[in-house]
Design a protein around this ligand. Structure first.
Ligand SMILES: Nc1ncnc2c1ncn2[C@@H]1O[C@H](COP(=O)(O)OP(=O)(O)OP(=O)(O)O)[C@@H](O)[C@H]1O
Length: 391
């Protein structure tokens, strides 16, 4: 069964349209992340699912039950939706111990004392904070407080766990630790999770699915790997490519000749294209993106390679980023392990074409280009032989 179905959700705040026609299905057990820049509507959608915000139009169904309907003005109370919400601020009650904070939601349901104890102990155990039961929030670190907040959310065994930037107040080391904890918890509980973040790393490492938001709309819904490899638009590619996940960008123009041959002309390399040409036009401006790990570096010239000069080397232990320049263009390549390259060295960069993405510069939409693979067999005349490999 689907855990959540959203159909045609529209929300306006203060007369401004914040969510536009959101359509989304989340499967039971999914770890769904809402990813996007600040102000794109992620939190508003989470609050709408939780029932803290009314939808102006559309329907929300949770575990087969309709909980909101814009047309009939039906709006089920948050407490009846069988979900728990954890905020960025932990919002623990300062005058209650950890045990009391976690037990509160069960006590209001008037469960027997022994049942409450059993469930609270289980939740604290799952978050690995059993020994903190008697402490007050002021006696805990930020990471420990966040664990208590999550224990409080899971103790009621909700169908769905909603997490709004739960790690953003933690320092870098704790974030990584808590990320691993959340992943373990999701696997252990098999609860459906919706997670809001603007951190691409968090989205990539935790999620089974990622919904990318821009301007109140979902612009791509994919598995993390697909999103990383094939962003649908240049805007998504650049967003996913920011914050430490460098993305190289190369501008070019499609050229076709009278014989029907096509190629991409960039300032540094000509890339032969196959296909019947139906998806491209002569003169069409294209932006190519290629990740640093998809650039191979050679010390000798190869077909289709770009002669470049090493301008900087950034070693980081397991890998090295090598920055290369030519003709006013800069590329970043990733090399496994340490690299001996010295600034000023000439290297030949080959872009792994099957890993590149091409976008129409005007619309920003990804194009399906067919690249001609390099063929080095002697004596064979190929499409690429008729182009000069590099300029
Ligand atoms: N109570 C409100 N009244 C009016 N506008 C609001 C209100 N809350 C949010 N907004 C606006 O709605 C838009 C979406 O806000 P929202 O908090 O959902 O974005 P977000 O993607 O979660 O951002 P962030 O990552 O910064 O939390 C923003 O333009 C914001 O200014």
């Amino acid at each position: 069964m689907n855990a959540i179905e959203l159909q045609g959700i529209h929300v306006a705040l203060d007369g401004k349209q914040v969510l536009h026609n959101i359509e989304l299905t989340i499967k039971q057990g999914d770890f769904m992340t809402f990813l996007g820049p600040s102000g794109c509507g992620k939190t508003t959608l989470l609050r709408t699912i939780a029932g803290l915000q009314k939808a102006d139009a559309g329907t929300i169904t949770i575990s087969g039950r309709e909980v909101a309907n814009g047309e009939t003005q039906f709006h089920m109370e948050p407490s009846k939706r069988r979900l728990s919400l954890v905020f960025q601020s932990y919002a623990l009650w300062p005058h209650m111990t950890v045990y009391e904070n976690v037990a509160f939601g069960l006590q209001v349901r008037k469960l027997a004392k022994a049942v409450v104890r059993e469930k609270v102990e289980a939740a604290l155990g799952k978050m690995r904070i059993a020994e903190l039961a008697g402490r007050y929030p002021s006696e805990l670190s930020g990471g420990q407080q966040q664990r208590v907040a999550i224990a409080r959310a899971i103790v009621t065994e909700p169908d769905i766990l909603l997490l709004d930037e739960p790690l953003s107040n933690l320092d870098a080391k704790l974030r990584v630790e808590m990320r691993a904890e959340l992943k373990r918890l999701h696997q252990e509980l098999n609860t459906t999770v919706i997670y809001v973040t603007h951190d691409q790393h968090e989205a990539m490492t935790l999620s089974t699915k990622v919904a990318v938001f821009f301007g109140g709309q979902i612009v791509q819904l994919d598995k993390p790997r697909e999103l990383y490899k094939r962003p649908n638009t240049l805007q998504v590619a650049e967003f996913i490519g920011s914050a430490g996940m460098q993305m190289n960008r190369l501008e070019g123009v499609v050229r076709t000749d009278e014989e029907g041959l096509s190629w991409l002309e960039t300032p540094v390399v000509l890339i032969p294209l196959g296909g019947d040409g139906s998806t491209m036009q002569d003169g069409q401006e294209v932006v190519l993106t290629v990740r640093p790990e998809d650039i191979r570096l050679y010390e000798e010239r190869r077909p289709g390679s770009i002669a470049m000069s090493v301008s900087a080397v950034f070693p980081s232990g397991a890998e090295t980023l090598v920055q290369l320049d030519t003709a006013g263009m800069s590329l970043m390549a990733r090399v496994i392990g340490e690299s001996e390259y010295e600034p000023g060295t000439t290297l030949y960069a080959v872009l792994r074409q099957e890993q590149m993405n091409a976008y129409d510069k005007k619309t920003g939409i990804r194009m399906e280009l067919q690249y001609v693979t390099h063929n080095n067999e002697p004596g064979e005349s190929t499409h690429e032989d008729r182009l000069s490999y590099s300029r």
